[in-house]
Structure formats: structure tokens, C-alpha cells
Design a protein around this ligand. Structure first.
Ligand code: PLP
Length: 460
């Protein structure tokens, strides 16, 4: 290692040690149980020490973290994790993130980090093309879909109130013309949280009834009158269903409303030719939120907001200070709630560059086919699939609520794979989400076999 490094030769050795340990972790990921063991959780108590009085050697710290921390993780980056809607990490994105961590860049300021400004702009363009959204839309690279929803809805608030003659950034919400907010009865909690943060109120929203798949019922849409925000969903967090966007967008736009789409994972259907039909009508909306750390398989934390009228996004987010100098480049901090932040464009770019259009389409399509295979195998074994499996989500009941809960716990404890529980439309169920590049068809067969065997054992 070249001398003159901050920290000297030891720094290089330390980074190589970290790389070795990471390689060891990833190399064993598919041999270990997917769940965390109670013993490994208990061992974390070793970390509960008094505040250290003196410095410690980085190599010692790393060894301690690896010894205690690595086992106390769920193998979400392995190939048989199907809980929540999570996704793994593409190799190129992990490697790119390590390099970017070494750069230690303030990704929000183009003058300091021109590479992030460039990559965000490239990704904005690529993503809008892949997802079939209007090419001039603005984009905010944030921590996840919660903040993507927040950012897009802040843009909506800006534009809706500007149209009503009110400057919300300057004058706040007190005394502003009221804005009606319409959401589906099965809107994701993060959307409701974002509405609360923006002063729209978590409870003052109007909830439109949904059908048996959790889709907003277009025929139940209330009459829209005055400043209004309508929030659609592309990809129900349980069953993966899409709201009828065509009909609702048209009705909303005729009444002058803003339409926002929460598409944390569902938006990616647009990138796979055989699934793109699910996204029909959504491109007519005004803003969209999605995650990169779910189906695009980049490391945490990464989500993106797109806003058709880029000026509404910068109108909500722009901040000026005498020490922030505009350049000819994209200024990443003018689009997001944060000023200082990671260079998030790096791993999004690495993912898209490594997959290409074909690779992304293949990832989405393969995961959807694998979900269908889970549904087929579980149906054949006599269990009830509660959702129409059109995307990557499967919701399955093994019998009564108590039986289903017991079987989910037994499947988790067995360790071959991991799925979580949910209650959907009054039914307790297991939710399978297939969203990792690493999942092979063999992983699906092995997991399916395990689920059926464990369920039969539990039901006696
Ligand atoms: C996961 C999810 C979110 C929240 O995303 P975070 O990345 O956890 O902030 C929002 N909406 C839907 C439909 C989701 O699946």
C-alpha cells in the first residue's frame, strides 16, 4: 500500500480484511439458516459495554463486529429470503458502494461530487425510459419509498396550492385553502405517514373502498371538487395488485386533481415486457415513488421520486445559501429533503449498468414466474392462495389463523427459507415475495418442498 495514506499502511490492510470478511459472509450465505438464531441474538449483549474511555485498534473492532454482528443478521442477501418485499444486492452495487464509501463524498453538492451529479442525471434519464414515464420528469434520489412518497407529495402540495394562489413553502399550511386527499383503503402505511408529515393529516384523508385484490374501486371514487390529491398504488404490499389507473387518472385530471402513484416495487413491472400491462394507465399520473433497494437490488437505503413537472419538485425542495453555488450540472440537493447525503446515484447506476434493459426485464420476469411456481406448488399441496398472482407476491393460507401462524413460525425456524405473516382482508396468511436476483428456480423448488413438508408435519 502506498505510504502517505491517512492512517498509513494499516488502512489498506484494514480494508482488505473487511473485503475478506465480506467475501466469507457472502460465500456462506446459502449454507446457513436464513433466520437469525436466538443464540446469536443473545450474544449481542456482549456489545452492551460502558462507553469506551480510550481508542481501540480498527482491526480489533472489525473482528468484533464480524464475530458478533455477522451471525446476528438475517440472510436477506441470500437466495431464499422471501419476507416483506426486500430484494438482495447485485454484486456490482455492493462493490460500487464500497468504493463510494472510500470517496466519502457529499453527494448533494455538484461542485464537491460531480460524479454523483452526473450519475443521478444519467439514472434519471435511464429510469424514466425503462419505466415508461415522461422523459422531462424531475427525480429525487432519497432513502426509500417512504421518503420518495414524501418528496413527490411535497411537490404535489406545492403545485396544488400554487394553483390555488397559495405559496405553501413561504406561508405554511395555516390559513391555506384546504386540499382534499383521496387514497385507497389499502394504501401503504408509508404513504399515510408521508401525508401526515406534510400536514395533510393521517386521518382526514378520504379512503376509497377496495375490491378483493385490494384495488381501489374506480366506481367508488368520490366526486372531486376543488384542490385535490389522489394517491394510487402500483403493487399492493400484500397481493401485488395494481389500482385501475387509467380510469382514475382520467376522472382526477378532468377535475384538475394531482395524481400520485406509490409504486415501491410495482413500478418495475413496466421494465418487463410481459408484465408491463399491469402498469397500463399509470404513466398518466403526475408523480411516482419507487424503491431501488427492493426490486432493483441495490443496497440500503435507496428510493426515487419522479415528478412530471420538475419545477414542482424543486419548488418544494430548493434551498439557497450564499455558500451553495449553482453549477451547470444537476444540483442533487435541490431535489431532495436532505442537503448532505450519500452519493446515491452510484449504486443505482451500477445496478442499471450491470443489468441493462434485458437483464432488468429478465430479473423482474423471472421473479414473477417464480412467484407463480410457488402459488402452483402450494395449491397442488392443498393450500389456499388468497391473491391473483400476477406479479411477485403470493399470499397463502394454511388453514385457520392459528394453524397458519404456527406453520409460518415453523418454516422460519427450520431455516431453509424465510417468509413473514400478514393479515390481509381479514385472513391471517403467509406472504411470499420473490424479489432477488439471487433466487434460482432450484431455490424455489427447495423452499416449496420445505414449506409443504413443514406444513404437513405441523398439521399432523
Ligand atoms: C416498501 C413499501 C413502501 C415503503 O418503502 P420504504 O423503502 O420501506 O420506505 C411504500 N409502499 C409500498 C407499496 C411498499 O411496498
Amino acid at each position: 500500500m502506498a505510504s502517505g495514506w491517512p492512517g498509513g499502511d494499516d488502512y489498506g490492510a484494514l480494508l482488505r480484511d473487511a473485503a475478506e470478511r465480506a467475501v466469507g459472509y457472502l460465500g456462506g450465505i446459502d449454507e446457513r439458516p436464513v433466520r437469525v438464531s436466538p443464540e446469536d441474538i443473545a450474544r449481542l449483549s456482549v456489545l452492551e459495554t460502558p462507553l469506551p474511555e480510550h481508542p481501540a485498534a480498527p482491526a480489533t473492532i472489525l473482528a468484533e463486529l464480524d464475530r458478533l454482528g455477522s451471525p446476528a443478521t438475517t440472510a436477506t442477501t441470500g437466495s431464499r429470503f422471501f419476507g416483506y418485499v426486500i430484494g438482495g444486492t447485485l454484486p456490482a452495487t455492493v462493490a460500487a458502494t464500497w468504493l463510494a464509501a472510500a470517496w466519502d463524498q457529499e453527494g448533494g453538492i455538484a461542485t464537491l461530487c460531480p460524479v454523483n451529479a452526473t450519475l443521478e442525471e444519467v439514472c434519471r434519464r435511464w429510469l424514466l425510459e425503462l419505466l415508461g414515464l415522461p422523459p422531462q420528469s424531475g427525480a429525487a434520489f432519497v432513502t426509500g419509498a417512504t421518503m420518495a412518497n414524501f418528496s413527490a407529495l411535497a411537490a404535489a402540495r406545492h403545485a396544488i396550492l400554487a394553483k390555488a394562489g397559495w405559496d405553501v413553502e413561504a406561508d405554511g399550511l395555516f390559513g391555506a385553502p384546504p386540499v382534499s386527499v383521496i387514497i385507497g383503503a389499502e394504501a401503504h402505511i408509508s404513504l399515510i405517514k408521508a401525508l401526515g408529515l406534510l400536514g395533510f393529516g393521517r386521518q382526514r384523508v378520504v379512503r376509497v373502498p377496495t375490491d378483493r385484490q385490494g384495488r381501489m374501486r374506480a366506481d367508488a371514487l368520490p366526486k372531486i371538487d376543488g384542490p385535490t390529491l389522489v394517491c394510487l398504488q402500483a403493487g399492493n404490499v400484500n397481493g401485488g395488485a395494481f389500482d385501475p389507473a387509467g380510469e382514475i387518472c382520467q376522472a382526477a385530471h378532468e377535475a384538475g386533481a394531482w395524481v400520485h402513484v406509490d409504486g415501491a416495487f410495482g413500478l418495475w413491472a413496466a421494465a418487463a415486457p410481459e408484465r408491463a400491462y399491469l402498469m397500463a394507465g399509470f404513466a398518466a399520473a403526475d408523480s411516482w415513488a419507487t424503491d431501488a433497494h427492493k426490486w432493483l437490488n441495490v443496497p440500503y437505503d435507496s428510493g426515487i421520486a419522479f415528478v412530471r413537472d420538475a419545477g414542482a419538485l424543486t419548488g418544494a425542495m430548493a434551498a439557497v445559501a450564499p455558500y451553495l453555488h449553482a453549477t451547470a450540472m444537476r444540483e442533487p440537493d435541490q431535489f431532495t429533503p436532505e442537503i448532505s447525503r450519500r452519493a446515491r446515484g452510484v449504486e443505482v447506476w451500477a445496478a442499471l449498468r450491470s443489468l441493462g434493459r434485458d437483464g432488468l426485464a429478465d430479473l423482474i420476469e423471472r421473479n414473477c414466474r417464480q412467484a407463480a411456481r410457488f402459488a402452483e406448488g402450494l395449491t397442488a399441496a392443498g393450500y389456499e392462495i388468497l391473491n391473483e398472482v400476477a406479479l411477485n407476491q403470493v399470499v397463502v393460507s394454511f388453514g385457520t389463523a392459528e394453524e397458519t401462524r404456527r406453520i409460518i413460525a415453523a418454516i422460519q425456524a427450520e431455516g431453509t427459507c424465510w417468509c413473514g405473516s400478514t393479515v390481509w382482508q381479514g385472513r391471517t396468511a403467509m406472504r411470499i415475495s420473490v424479489s432477488s436476483w439471487a433466487t434460482t428456480d432450484e431455490d424455489v423448488e427447495r423452499s416449496l418442498e420445505t414449506m409443504v413438508r413443514v406444513a404437513r408435519e405441523e398439521l399432523g
